[in-house]
Design a binder for this molecule. Structure first.
Ligand code: ADP
Ligand code: MG
Length: 258
């Protein structure tokens, strides 16, 4: 199991979440170091999406603590007391975390570049010309400069997902969360999205990636975390967790996806 530290950019300690009587996260502890990539693996229903959603304020947690860059997510730290944050502070925290979902979630009535400049203009109050200049750089980064004025419906799923990544990056996040970003794509489009993510990893972005792409995990992950039934079963470097899993549940899961 990867050891926990108090210097990690993202720290989860005993995180619990239930929906009604269903306990989905049963005390999750893990770290993500700044500049590192953690890949979350686990069968459907194991709580991976819920965990990402808790980090990004899309769900509130019922127990434990999440900190990102020293700030408690959703709460203000008063020593031993936690106070709920003002919605404005929550919004500020959320802006520093980018998220990319399985479905591309682009605004369908906006072009690629309009999708990217929306949040910088509305939320960060960037001027339109500055936002466009930055968006063009981002489009270049994801290899889609020529597609700036196309609408989502005119783009392939892989292109849409690359725009979704560019849109998240436009807010200059310190952390990027990816929830099965390639699982809705036709197989021939998976590689172009993974390539953008690899590039991002090499540039030093801190990332938590839920994916079944074991090759990506092996190549890019600093840490692989295997979850099942709302707990972390084991975690470690790819060479250990993927090639030499210790638990039968991990072995069984890897068999099913490899
Ligand atoms: P994973 O992403 O690993 O497939 P999820 O985090 O999506 O798992 O879901 C874990 C469990 O929590 C599943 O049993 C799912 O049905 C349940 N769940 C997720 N979101 C909700 C919700 N909003 N209300 C009730 N149950 C939910
Ligand atoms: Mg999920």
């Amino acid at each position: 199991m990867t050891e926990l530290s108090d210097t990690a950019l993202v720290q989860l300690r005993g995180v619990r979440k239930h929906f009604g009587s269903l306990e989905v996260l049963k005390g999750i502890s893990m770290d993500v170091q700044a500049g590192e990539v953690s890949v979350l693996l686990g069968p459907s229903g194991s709580g991976k999406s819920t965990l990402l959603r808790c980090i990004n304020h899309l769900e509130t947690i019922d127990g434990g603590r999440i900190t990102v860059d020293g700030e408690v997510v959703g709460y203000r730290d008063h020593g031993d007391r936690l106070r709920e944050m003002h919605p404005r502070e929550v919004a500020k925290q959320r802006r520093s975390i980018g998220m990319v979902f399985q479905r591309f979630n682009l605004f369908p009535h906006k072009t690629a570049i309009e999708n990217i400049i929306e949040a910088p203009m509305v939320v960060s109050r960037l001027s339109r010309s500055d936002a466009i200049a930055e968006a063009r750089q981002l489009l270049r980064r994801v290899g889609l400069e020529a597609w700036a004025d196309h609408y989502p419906s005119q783009l392939s799923g892989g292109q849409q997902q690359r725009i979704a990544i560019a849109r998240a990056l436009a807010m200059k996040p310190k952390l990027m969360l990816f929830d099965e970003p390639t699982s809705a794509l036709d197989p021939e489009l998976v590689g172009e999205v993974l390539d953008v993510m690899k590039e991002l990893a090499h540039e030093g972005m801190t990332m938590i990636v839920v994916t079944h792409e074991i090759g990506f995990a092996r190549e890019v992950a600093d840490q692989v975390v295997f979850m099942d039934g709302g707990v972390v079963v084991e975690s470690g470097a790819p060479v250990d967790l993927i090639d030499n899993p210790q638990h039968a549940r991990t072995q069984g899961f890897l068999h099913s996806v490899l």
